[in-house]
Design a binder for this molecule. Structure first.
Ligand code: DOR
Ligand code: ZN
Length: 344
């Protein structure tokens, strides 16, 4: 196949950051995607409708004029988020999900949740008004091995939580393990997962191949081959509750290449191109459109996009780096490598 035309895809999990960085991060998404679920882990986090409105305006202002890109905002769940906050979020018409970061799990999660089981009334209101809970599914207990954090979170948090609030709509973000993926398959129609390009492409071996690769460090961390294999099988099967979420998470080159490097992989400049490459490798290009453009919209109860994008088979080299702001550069996923699908 030399050309693929897809219903314009959506990204159901992205980090744009704020300030100067928006001018660099948002255009990559506007070119490729119709909509994106925008993560709220700014400093300070997006904990109210007014902060979300203001952040949305900044993203719209950073969107190039010729693109019709719709940022879908999220609220950052804290121990203080009340049922009234949820009702206001729903009424705002701009908020599409509430992000649950266990406190300390990842970048800017300090203000996150310390005990989700004390937020049951808030979660019940989410179930009532129809706002999904978007979950960073990792335990934060430092005694737990970093590679087991998702698997243990499934048993200690997800399963008991869904017993208490069975009608809650849940997206397990950036699924990385076969245990979590199989749980999603067995769960009801109100449970879905986003899948990143990096967790389909790489295993934990790649982080350490010939030396340490800080640009392959993200959270949840890359896992063993058996987990990548299971994720690949599932997306290849065209399962309708697994859909595109890049988790593109920009950090400056200096913040990544440091004695204590930040977690996050920046895939925005070539996200759909990389997914196309993965689906082709799997012999499943026919399943790409469902994954990238249909299942997420269907799950969120939104219409599929009306426009299309076209990718052509034409090799191009991903730039070595991009500007992040006036002082910093950022290294993208697949930097300096050749990709075979190109956006027209
Ligand atoms: O690797 C990650 N980076 N994982 C997250 O959960 C957060 C993200 C970020 O914001 O940098
Ligand atoms: Zn994320």
């Amino acid at each position: 196949m030399q050309q693929i035309t897809l219903i314009r895809p959506d990204d159901w999990h992205v980090h744009f950051r704020d300030g100067e960085a928006l001018k660099e991060t948002v255009p990559h998404h506007a070119q490729r995607f119709g909509r994106a679920i925008v993560m709220p882990n700014l400093k300070p986090p997006i904990t109210s409708v007014s902060l979300a409105k203001n952040y949305r305006q900044q993203i719209v202002a950073a969107t190039p004029k010729d693109f019709d890109f719709n940022p879908l905002m999220t609220l950052y769940l804290t121990q203080m988020t009340s049922p009234e906050d949820i009702e206001q979020a729903k009424e705002s018409g701009i908020i599409y999900g509430v992000k649950f970061y266990p406190a300390g799990a990842t970048t800017n999660s300090d203000a996150g949740v310390t005990d989700i089981f004390r937020l049951i009334p808030t979660l019940q209101t989410m179930a009532e008004v129809g706002l999904p809970l978007l979950i960073h599914a990792e335990v934060t207990d430092p005694a737990v091995d970093v590679f087991d954090r998702e698997k243990i979170f499934l048993e200690s948090v997800i399963k008991p939580l869904l017993q208490k609030v069975p009608d809650l709509t849940v997206v397990l973000e950036h699924v990385t393990t076969k245990e979590m993926a199989d749980f999603v398959i067995d769960a009801g129609d109100q449970v879905a997962a986003t899948v990143t390009p990096q967790h389909l492409l790489y295993t934990r071996n790649d982080i350490f191949k010939g030396g340490i690769h800080p640009h392959l460090y993200c959270l949840p961390i890359l896992k063993r081959e058996q987990h990548r294999e299971r994720l690949r099988e599932i997306v290849k099967s065209g399962h309708k509750r697994f859909f595109l979420g890049t988790d593109s998470a920009p950090h400056s080159q200096s913040a990544k290449e440091s004695s204590c490097g930040c977690a996050g992989i920046f895939s925005a400049p070539c996200a759909i191109e990389i997914y196309a490459e993965i689906f082709e490798l799997l012999g499943a290009l026919d399943k790409l459109e469902g994954f990238s453009s249909c299942y997420g919209a269907d799950f969120y109860g939104l219409p599929r996009n009306k426009t299309q994008i076209t990718l052509i088979k034409k090799p191009w080299a991903v730039p070595e780096s991009y500007p992040l702001d006036s002082k910093n550069r950022i290294i993208p996923l697949k930097a300096s490598e050749t990709l075979h699908w190109q956006l027209t």
